[in-house]
Design a protein. Structure first.
Length: 130
């Protein structure tokens, strides 16, 4: 039987995207004036798109390659991704969420949930190798 090789969780492309995500988050939270990044709603959209690109490579892409759709950590990743999308929708729909009062707080919440999702993917990788 042929074994399935596991795609890498951390690649140079993912690291570059993560650095870009940190930069967008920093600019959005501090309110620095940078062309195209001076709007927090645009920063949230950029962060979500960058997060989806990272997830396609090191998260859900790995899950699909390994066929581990119902693994506990996969489900945790789905929940974290769903929360990110819910916060994003709330910002644009004008919904009030508990503990998130401003757009900067929403941006920070999205960034923290995305970071947790990356940690979840790395832990899933370590556990699936052992």
């Amino acid at each position: 039987m042929k074994s399935i090789s596991q795609p890498a969780v951390i690649t140079p492309g993912i690291l570059a995207l993560a650095l870009l995500a940190v930069t967008v988050t920093f600019i959005g939270v501090t309110g620095n004036k940078v062309p195209l990044l001076s709007n927090v709603k645009l920063d949230i959209i950029l962060l979500v798109v960058i997060g989806m690109a990272i997830c396609a490579q090191g998260g859900i892409g790995r899950i699909a390659a390994l066929g581990q759709w119902s693994h506990v950590q996969s489900i945790i990743g789905y929940i974290l991704g769903g929360l990110i999308l819910l916060i994003t929708l709330a910002v644009f729909a004008g919904w009030k969420l508990p503990m998130i009062k401003t757009e900067q707080q929403a941006l920070l919440a999205v960034a923290l949930l995305a970071a947790l999702n990356v940690v979840n993917a790395v832990v899933h990788n370590v556990w699936s190798k052992s």
